[in-house]
Design a protein around this ligand. Structure first.
Ligand SMILES: Nc1ncnc2c1ncn2[C@@H]1O[C@H](COP(=O)(O)OP(=O)(O)OP(=O)(O)O)[C@@H](O)[C@H]1O
Ligand SMILES: [Mg+2]
Length: 436
């Protein structure tokens, strides 16, 4: 029996939730190296870049792949202690100059707090026209809207002053202002920060398939930037998330369940956290420390309702208002029925009909299938699918693959069963459906 079982009921509950929140956070980026799984190489790359004078970092990859988690963990490690690294999120309604002012304000507040915590700041600090008072704990550093990049950088330089250690600023959601002018100004901003030796390093995160896409071809800024591409999590990293959480709460999971969750997640940690968290909640309700199939199935059902709302809405828009919903679903699941992100229509067609047979429904004729697949590319269906000129199809949001896997699982359909785990063990090794 573990020590926790001797705790009085309420205290045990509290401890259980605290551990659950610490180890399984489907909607919060990771901030500590202990919980950041499978990113050693990428983290080292970010750290090396931050040790190189004047170098900034761009982390890019699919939505939900773990960019902010890597940036936050790296920033926490690099940032001077006692303060959280500042983070500025971009949005399409903020102009570049407003963004630079916001960055200056966040850096100013951190700078102020650091000076206080190290005792090097007493009373007021003159900053090129500003005076920062130290008496109020929640004060905000006054800033002004810059009129040029030169002014934006000067303002930050004045506010931060000279420092032995650089401050790290996370710039999140950089892809959201889909505006070449914004990106060009940002490229100039980076150059000037480095050229003028301002002690600030940026870790920029954005949804993209390349650095070029994020910087919109601002090639002279590339010299100042280290790009770090993030792929979906390895199978082992997914296992590590589940097993470390299970060890923390003292629960036991058969390997079959662990593999199922890893597989369902399609490499997106969000799904690993979500399903495992639900499973543990169901196990606690059922007062069992060993997972069983009924808790697993209930966890999948609840996880579907809690998935990232943008995915749920996109899926609904694509399928739910149509009387032929089951056909659209078969096409979507067929698209997710492979380890490859992009699939040919012939392969999707085969998968869709395998799924139909499994669900005891009539097969879809090729012509109907083609119509459904094409509709899924249209605005009326939320453009959930995109087609390439070469003839391949993929989901607009890669994470949709994981959501389809969950929806299929709820209907007893295992997608992409042939690549069940990283050891090459097929679903057959567990029976046609995994044996728990
Ligand atoms: N390496 C990791 N180990 C464990 N959990 C992770 C890891 N990376 C991300 N997560 C978890 O996955 C979820 C999504 O991560 P995160 O928010 O960092 O992704 P993102 O790429 O920034 O997403 P978005 O594109 O929506 O901004 C979070 O719940 C986070 O806790
Ligand atoms: Mg993010």
């Amino acid at each position: 029996m573990s020590g926790e079982q001797h705790l009085p009921g309420e205290q045990f509950e509290d401890e259980f939730y605290k551990k659950l929140d610490r180890f399984l956070s489907p909607s919060q980026p990771i901030q500590s190296i202990e919980h950041l799984k499978g990113r050693d190489t990428e983290l080292r790359r970010v750290q090396e870049a931050l040790k190189t004078p004047g170098r900034h970092v761009f982390i890019f990859g699919a939505a939900g792949v773990g960019k902010t988690s890597l940036a936050s963990t790296a920033a926490f490690l690099a940032h001077p202690t006692d303060t959280d690294p500042p983070i500025v999120s971009c949005d399409p309604n903020t102009s570049a100059m407003e963004f630079f002012e916001l960055a200056a304000r966040k850096l100013g507040n951190i700078s102020l707090r650091l000076q206080r915590s190290t005792g090097s700041f007493g009373g007021a600090l003159g900053l090129g026209g500003f005076r920062l008072k130290s008496e109020q704990s929640d004060e905000v550093v006054p800033t002004r809207l810059p009129r040029s990049i030169d002014e934006a950088v000067s303002q930050i330089q004045e506010i931060v002053g000279s420092r032995a250690d650089d401050l790290v600023l996370i710039v999140d959601e950089f892809d959201r202002p889909n505006d070449t002018a914004f990106r060009t100004l940002f490229g100039d901003f980076i150059k000037q920060l480095s050229d003028r030796r301002v002690p600030v390093r940026l870790i920029v995160c954005g949804v993209a398939t390349s650095l070029e896409q994020l910087l919109s071809g601002h090639t002279s800024a590339f010299r100042y930037v280290r790009d770090v591409e993030l792929d979906r999590l390895s199978f082992q990293a997914r296992i590590d998330i589940i097993e470390s959480a299970a060890a923390a709460v003292g629960f036991e999971l058969d390997r079959g369940f662990v593999y199922r969750i890893c597989h369902l997640s399609d490499g997106f940690a969000h799904f690993v956290h979500l399903v495992t968290r639900q499973l543990f909640l169901k196990m606690r309700d059922a007062e069992t420390k060993v997972a069983r199939v009924q808790e697993f199935n209930a966890a999948v059902r609840c996880a579907i309702q809690e998935v990232n709302v943008t995915l749920r809405i996109a899926y609904q828009k694509a399928t739910e208002k149509y009387s032929t919903k089951d056909e659209y679903e078969a096409v979507l699941w067929g698209l997710a029925d492979s380890p490859e992100l992009k699939r040919r229509s012939t392969d999707i067609f085969e998968s869709a009909n395998r799924i139909r047979v499994k669900l005891l429904r009539d097969e879809i004729a090729r012509r109907t299938f083609n119509t459904r697949l094409n509709s899924l590319k249209k605005d009326s269906h939320g453009e959930i699918v995109v087609g390439s000129r070469a003839g391949g199809y993929e989901f607009r949001q890669t994470m949709m693959r994981g959501y389809c896997r969950l929806r299929a699982e709820q209907n007893d359909v295992v997608l992409d069963a042939d690549t069940f785990n990283e050891h090459g063990e097929k679903a057959g090794a567990f029976g046609s459906r995994p044996q728990f």
